[in-house]
Design a protein around this ligand. Structure first.
Ligand code: SF4
Ligand code: SF4
Length: 434
């Protein structure tokens, strides 16, 4: 019965989650092609430091340590998950443990003890994260853009983590209590043996039932997590890896030039330019997600919504409407909207009269940016909200001529005098004679 039920659940989860994960891949591919020019060794190093090593998290050590507990516990718990999956498919119990029992029982006990200690630390960290979000109301975790679903999403995952840890401890403690009651030999799980004291008055049948309940609770928690992940900001636990791999670490603060303008200037200076399609109408900057690069779109899915970028943003600090975190959240929301529309239209795009620019991100937000790069520097997963802001702003100015009145004089001067000032180039050095 366990094997049948487990197999139904397992393949059901694979079936239903595949569709959503595939849609996310499809949505990212809506962007323009992107390639990271760095050698593979650089890219792997970047991925190891940023995604695996969480290097940038440690600029804020206290929250980094608690986050690290959750992260390491998550990684090590996968070993126990592997055993749970094997047990589910074979109908056995502690398959790996029994295999190691005759050979070297200490290995298995040490491993599970390590998982239990990490799980306890993760549990403490989870309660701290829940309190700072809901009780202490940390400003960067309670901004307007987090109201509604984003706040619920963060809480759902934290509560889910508590249930997962509870499932592990329930299973191990009930089993330890059974061992204590029956003076049996087996594994010695230090923490579970302490919790087991709560259950020693239970009958052997009740303990077996509790142990199985813990097993199912943990399993259903994991399956639920896999199904829920693509709808959550926690997708970053998967996408932070390709994102870090594709980030160009040598381009801190570098604003990419626009090939259309670059070629125009080259031809004005009499330099050869690459032949382009004469009928193609150049498009300046980005108006919607299909104008952004695939890396920009991957960034949006990899965003953890931590708000470190927003708390470092001088525009936000001085009361402007701009929040770089919201830029990433808006990009993701628009991408999801376009993906859903295409899904119902057999993957064909039908204009819905909306765009990322204006319908999601306002002119006021875009004009607030000083291009200081602080958000990029601060982001723990190497996301660049600035890159999206610059592309939208280019579209605003160059396609819509939508700039503040005060800037128009400057643009005219650059066009006429080659400088932002209203003097001709020939008059520039006049101050020397004054
Ligand atoms: S680059 Fe723009 S969005 Fe980023 S921190 Fe600076 S002002 Fe804020
Ligand atoms: S862009 Fe980076 S710093 Fe900003 S909220 Fe997302 S993950 Fe955090």
């Amino acid at each position: 019965m366990t094997i049948i039920l487990f197999s139904l659940l397992f393949f059901g989860v694979i079936f239903f989650s595949y569709k959503k994960y595939h849609r996310i891949y499809f949505n990212i591919k809506l962007g323009k092609d992107y390639s990271n020019p760095n050698p593979t060794s650089e890219k792997l190093k970047n991925m190891a430091l940023i995604a695996l090593g969480q290097k940038k998290m440690f600029s804020r050590p206290i929250s980094a340590i608690f986050h690290f507990f959750i992260y390491v516990a998550f990684v090590f718990t996968q070993l126990e998950l592997l055993e749970i999956l094997l047990d589910g498919f074979t109908g056995s119990h502690r398959m790996i443990g029994h295999a190691l029992l005759d050979y070297c029982p200490a290995i298995y006990s040490t491993l599970i003890n390590l998982i239990e200690i990490l799980s306890l630390l993760a549990l403490i960290a989870t309660f701290i994260f829940l309190s700072r979000r809901n009780l202490l109301k940390l400003p960067r975790l309670n901004m307007d853009e987090l109201k509604g679903w984003p706040m619920k999403d963060a809480n759902i995952i934290l509560i889910g983590e508590i249930l997962l840890v509870f499932g592990i401890f329930l299973m191990n403690s009930a089993e330890s209590a059974w061992l204590i009651n029956s003076n049996g030999t087996g594994y010695h799980f230090i923490l579970s043996s302490v919790f087991a004291l709560l259950f020693t008055s239970f009958s052997a049948d009740a303990l077996q039932m509790l142990s199985q309940l813990g097993w199912w609770l943990h399993l259903i928690g994991i399956f639920g997590f896999i199904l829920y992940l693509p709808y959550s900001k926690h997708l970053h636990i998967l996408l932070a890896f390709p994102n870090a791999y594709l980030t160009n670490p040598n381009a801190k603060g570098q604003i990419n030039y626009m090939p259309e303008i670059y070629n125009e200037i080259k031809s004005m200076m009499g330099e050869a330019v690459e032949a382009s399609d004469p009928n193609a109408i150049p498009k300046f900057g980005a108006r919607d997600i299909t104008d952004l690069s695939q890396k920009n779109l991957l960034d949006a899915y990899a965003c953890t919504e931590c708000g470190r970028c927003t708390s470092a943003c001088p525009a936000n600090q001085t009361g402007k409407k701009l929040s770089p975190r919201k830029i990433m959240m808006d990009t993701r929301d628009r991408m999801e909207e376009v993906g859903r529309l295409m899904e119902v239209n057999n993957n064909e795009w039908k204009d819905d009269g909306k765009s990322l620019l204006h319908n999601y991100i306002s002119v006021e937000e875009l004009r607030g940016c000083t291009t200081c790069n602080a958000c990029v520097e601060e982001c723990p997963v190497n996301i660049s909200p600035l890159d999206i802001i610059v592309q939208l702003r280019r579209n605003l100015i160059m396609e819509e001529s939508n700039s503040p009145q005060e800037w128009n004089g400057m643009f005219g001067n650059i066009e006429n005098n080659g400088a932002p000032w209203k003097f001709a180039q020939s008059e520039r050095a006049n101050w020397v004679n004054s």
